[in-house]
Design a protein around this ligand. Structure first.
Ligand SMILES: [Zn+2]
Ligand SMILES: [Zn+2]
Ligand SMILES: [Zn+2]
Length: 218
């Protein structure tokens, strides 16, 4: 078990309340200090850490309040920023590292499903994590023949497909780590929400060029 965390009673940036912990209503511990989140629900560092950790474990990178709205069976659903969570959960250095690493990996998994075609620069969505072979429909239409490139080395595809480890181009190696680093700095337009991405991904059968946005790395 980890050491119990508690708030510093002298921390004037927190709003302490005398109510039950909304994240853990069965908890009868009324000794630990409880603080109020931006949505108005009361938490302790323990319950907030535990809840947010369980969200990350389930692959959720947004921190949503699970407490019930006053007197109803409706969930609050307010989204807390990581900054708020970090402060009110009193995350330790180790926990911060775990949270930030997991959040970056989850974001990368979502955003990195798109890469620009090495020839026409159109964004193309990857269809299966187990296949590095990607078809660019724009180039295929332009050239009048299938244009496939490699998700990993971004060169024209060489060799048999599907394949998950590499294509037959020289120097095609797994660069997952570089990918994660690069993806952190990718900027996407706000209107493309995670849900839109998910929906697009499940509806498409073939890789679809995404013409809505261009590479904004620079
Ligand atoms: Zn709430
Ligand atoms: Zn292309
Ligand atoms: Zn390759």
């Amino acid at each position: 078990m980890e050491a119990e965390k508690s708030y510093d009673p002298g921390d004037s940036t927190l709003k302490f309340v005398n109510r039950q912990d909304d994240l853990d209503p069965l908890d009868d511990d009324l000794v630990s200090l409880r603080a109020e989140m931006s949505c108005g629900h009361a938490v302790t560092p323990q319950s907030l850490t535990g809840w947010c950790r369980s969200l990350l474990d389930q692959g959720q990178c947004k921190f949503m309040c699970p407490a019930l709205k006053n007197g109803t069976l409706q969930k609050c659903g307010a989204e807390w920023s990581y900054q708020e969570v970090r402060r009110l959960a009193a995350l330790t250095t180790e926990e911060m590292q775990h949270f930030e690493k997991t959040m970056a990996a989850l974001a990368a998994a979502i955003y990195c499903e798109y890469k620009s075609c090495p020839v026409c620069r159109t964004f193309v969505q990857r269809q299966a994590l187990s296949n590095l072979n990607v078809l660019c429909t724009v180039c295929t239409a332009d050239k009048g023949q299938r244009y496939e490139f490699c998700w990993q080395c971004l060169k024209q595809w060489k060799g048999p497909a599907p394949r998950s480890d590499r294509c037959n181009n020289d120097g095609c190696i797994n660069q997952d780590l570089e990918l994660l680093k690069n993806c952190k700095t990718t900027t996407l337009p706000q209107k493309l929400t995670t849900n839109n991405y998910r929906r697009k991904r499940t509806n498409n059968i073939y890789s679809t060029p995404l013409l809505l946005f261009k590479d904004t790395d620079h």
